[in-house]
Design a protein around this ligand. Structure first.
Ligand SMILES: [Zn+2]
Length: 479
């Protein structure tokens, strides 16, 4: 591990290149003179992560997830280190864990949140077992190593390091592990905010998964991406009705025909681009590391989306395209029960993801105008609104300060992610929440999340622990 002199107010870094630091003035004043080592922390945390990955907490349709075993395991580590964790059973076998490190109360608390469950994995498709916790070529294998047991352990290790440092913290630091994120959070984050709001109501900030440190192909970091908002979810149902009849005598305006025409219009209609201020800042910041046409396009994204050719190029990257427009995916089509009977009803369902500022009713009106057929009914099935968090807070400034030392010149940028995390449950409570996995990850590694062969490079795991510690420690230190 090679890291630079960090010079933070409350830490005295030892010799550059060394991996130890001594505790700063306030701890020394209390007579604490422990030496902390990020290298040792990495080794200790790797042991924890190996065991944590071996606990199968798969959560999927029809699977009885066993997050309580994971919560109990985390609790055992915290207990052994002098914390008083609480494990809550949200349902048989389902569990959340909560622990708090007390500060002096000068500022409001920060929550370090992770989810304990993982998506299921089929062992036969993996090169090394998804619940083996094996290490090969300095990479730790296992379902959840990136999503998100790795970050959960980085947060846990941060709790241990903060306690051992003896620092007087300006904020309480809350460690929270929840069940059921992968299935929406009803038995996890939602359950916790519904049943124990008193335990987190004093929190100002929350850190959890969302985006990450984006790595270029050459191994250099492109940017630190912070999830500040998630797209809102709107599910729509399209219903067409018409006369039923025998299929030997076609009905031009049958329900399936009406639906087919409506769907044809929809899939042929590109959604118009919308550039939100955060998205403009995102593209401008990442343009620095780009070359050629993309550099020009990113630097002035408003102009780029107005050029049909450039827009087409931008839309090839589905993640970036999702930040620039509302989207819909046609997921369910239903009609008929017998090949020779024309049914009287045909339905389709759309999974729409709307940018944070978009009104769902206005979007429905837009969909209706594209279909342009009053005989096709459009109804809302579900609507989940995720409040955004601002990008001009002390927490963001702290992350930027740590990034400036850790990775000089690499920008910290706001990202609107097209998928959901547990952040929205806490944003709804007014807690400013950021999604940031402190690991540098490339596109190939991201592909293993919810895929096969998920694993984390050990060096990056240790780097992530250091970044996490430095961010939280700085955010909890007096200026
Ligand atoms: Zn996750």
């Amino acid at each position: 591990m090679n890291w630079k002199k960090l010079g933070l107010s409350s830490l005295v870094i030892a010799v550059a290149g060394s991996t130890t630091f001594s505790v700063a003035a306030n701890a020394v004043a209390k007579g604490v003179s422990k030496q902390l080592s990020f290298e040792q922390a990495g080794t200790e945390a790797t042991r924890y992560l190996v065991d944590y990955l071996r606990i199968d907490t798969s959560n999927g349709p029809g699977i009885a997830a066993n997050e309580k075993a994971g919560a109990d395991y985390l609790a055992s580590i915290l207990k052994a280190n002098g914390f008083e964790p609480q494990v809550f059973e949200s349902a048989p076998g389902r569990g959340c864990i909560y622990a708090r490190l007390k500060g002096n109360g000068k500022k409001k608390a920060i929550i370090l949140l992770s989810h304990i469950d993982v998506v299921p994995a089929k062992a036969e498709n993996w090169q090394h077992g998804p619940f083996s916790g094996e290490i090969h070529d300095n990479e730790l294998w296992g379902r959840g190593s990136l999503d998100m047991k790795g970050m959960g352990i980085a947060e846990l290790e941060t709790m241990l390091l903060l306690k051992r440092s003896g620092h007087v913290l300006d904020r309480d630091v809350i460690f929270l592990g929840t069940a059921d994120e992968e299935q929406g959070g009803a038995m996890g984050a939602k359950w916790f905010v519904d049943h124990h709001p008193e335990l987190i109501k004093d929190a100002e900030y929350l850190l959890t998964e969302g985006f990450y440190i984006d790595s270029a192909e050459d191994g250099n970091a492109r940017y630190w991406g912070i999830d500040v908002a998630e797209k809102n979810l709107l599910w729509l149902k399209l219903t067409a009705k018409g006369a039923a009849g025998h299929a030997s005598m076609p009905i031009a305006n049958s329900a399936p025909n009406k639906l087919a025409r409506a769907l044809q219009k929809l899939v042929d209609s590109p959604m118009r681009p919308i550039v939100l201020p955060e998205v403009r800042e995102y593209f401008k910041s990442i343009s620095v590391a780009e070359k050629g046409q993309l550099k020009t396009a990113f630097a002035d994204i408003d102009a780029a989306v107005k050029n049909p050719e450039t827009l087409k190029t931008l839309q090839k990257d589905s993640m970036k395209a999702a930040m620039l427009q509302n989207t819909f995916s046609l997921t369910i089509i239903k009609a008929g029960y017998k090949t020779n009977v024309i049914p009287s009803e045909a339905t389709a369902e759309l999974d729409c993801r709307l940018l944070p500022s978009v009104n769902p009713d206005a979007f429905v009106t837009e969909i209706k105008s594209i279909i342009n057929d009053p005989q096709v009914e459009v109804t809302k099935i579900d609507w989940i609104k995720a409040e955004p968090s601002p990008f001009n807070t002390e927490c963001i400034e702290t992350i930027k300060a740590v990034a400036a030392k850790e990775a000089p010149g690499v920008p910290v940028v706001p990202v609107i992610i097209p998928w959901f995390t547990d952040s929205h449950w806490f944003r709804d409570l007014g807690i400013t929440s950021y999604g940031f996995l402190p690991f540098q990850i490339n596109e190939k590694q991201i592909g293993t999340v919810h895929g096969i062969n998920e694993r984390i490079p050990l060096a990056e795991f240790s780097n992530g622990i250091r970044r996490m510690y430095l961010m939280v420690e700085k955010l909890c230190s007096s200026k």
